[in-house]
Design a protein around this ligand. Structure first.
Ligand code: ZN
Length: 149
């Protein structure tokens, strides 16, 4: 069993204290709201998507625990400039990582691999994936609230 301090690694704490792309995006053409009732995490993800599906810009606002906020912050960095398909692939790998289904090769996730400790804490998986579910909802163009349920 990993120690909780390992889960809250420095990089996660740093991102939760100073989240990147934490603002409203005036040029947004897609947005979605995500809510994790188990923890109270609540975020809005804004996207500026080009006609070919590439994410030109991304930002988020809201509040939540350190894991959810750091995950949202790092997500915006990892999908900016990517196509919808590329973003889906990253989410798929990330989801496997935090649910402990990874094949041990998390190098392709880069900095996102710091969330591997989340797999030891199933209740935290929803915190770590909330922003990603919300991103998916925004990409699909739905206006409904994304939920981790
Ligand atoms: Zn949370």
């Amino acid at each position: 069993m990993a120690d909780l301090r390992e889960l809250y690694q420095e990089v996660i704490l740093e991102h939760s204290k100073a989240p990147r792309n934490f603002r409203e995006l005036a040029a947004a053409n897609r947005k979605a709201e995500g809510y994790n009732p188990l923890c109270g995490d609540h975020f809005t993800v804004y996207l500026d998507v080009e006609e070919d599906g590439r994410i030109r810009d991304i930002a988020f606002q809201g509040s939540g625990c350190a894991i959810s906020k750091a995950s949202a912050s790092m997500m915006t960095q990892s999908v900016k400039g990517k196509t919808r398909e590329e973003a889906e692939k990253i989410f798929d790998r990330f989801h496997k990582l935090v649910t402990g289904q990874g094949n041990g090769n998390s190098s392709e996730l880069g900095k996102l691999s710091v969330f591997s400790g989340v797999s030891e804490f199933p209740v935290r998986v929803k915190c770590a994936t909330l922003a990603w579910h919300t991103l998916r909802a925004a990409l699909e163009g739905t206006l409904e609230t994304a939920s981790t349920e």
